[in-house]
Design a protein around this ligand. Sequence first.
Ligand code: KIV
Length: 276
Amino acid sequence: MKNSIMTFREKKEKGEKIAMLTCYDYSTARLMDAAGIDGVLIGDSLGNTMLGYPDTLSVTMEDMIRYSTGVARGCENALVVMDMPFMSYQLSMEQGLMNAGRLMKEARGQAVKLEGGARVCPQIRAMTDAGIPVMAHLGLTPQSVNAFGGHRVQGKTDDAAKQLMEDAHKIEDAGAFAVVLECVPAPLAARVSRQLKIPTIGIGAGNGCDGQILVYQDMLGMFNDFTPKFVKHFSNIGEEMSRAFRDYISEVRSGAFPDEDHSFKMKNEEILSRLY
Ligand code: KIV
């Protein structure tokens, strides 16, 4: 059965952990969905992993729609959440609502995600009022990497922890159905998770969150530009891919590929004699 935001809420109520991964294409979505993933996020991290930018700032609405469309088609069961790119919702409530609507209509996921606390509550409220479920994102919000001065753990001081807790309550009151906590000290994330009714999805936020998310190329060992401390390699697909690429190149160069098994036969080769 297709997961919905209610599935996420019920899982939190029952104390069942929520497993999410980022996803950016149809084939990978099919594999994750068949494996039983609860939800996938078409993250604007595709700016790094798919487009090779140093950060997420250059990702456009068109990028998000294009990638999200393939993922949404590949998921029969998983909840599909689509990131709102930098500057697609910060200008005004109207701008945010219009772009969230575009993602829902054109890419056909089931929810959107945006970064920020109190400042984006009007957008969260307007979207949820319009029937668009919103996942919020607090802690290290990569669209603000320049304001943070780098990818740093957030909420470490008294003031920052208090601010994060307040923001968490505000986005819940504004109607968010879940919140990503990124690079937040584990004890703070656990406290936020206990206080909120909506599920928290952690990335670099410890085991006390209601669910976890990782960038899939990170957890498969496919993306080595940088590896944050919180990333665990569940496989080393990157090495396996490199080996296969090397073998292919060498077989093409030596003429070993394609062999007869991978070529088509002709019933009547005499035809060839009648060709120029
Ligand atoms: O863009 C992204 O992939 C994200 C996750 C890391 C939560 O926001």
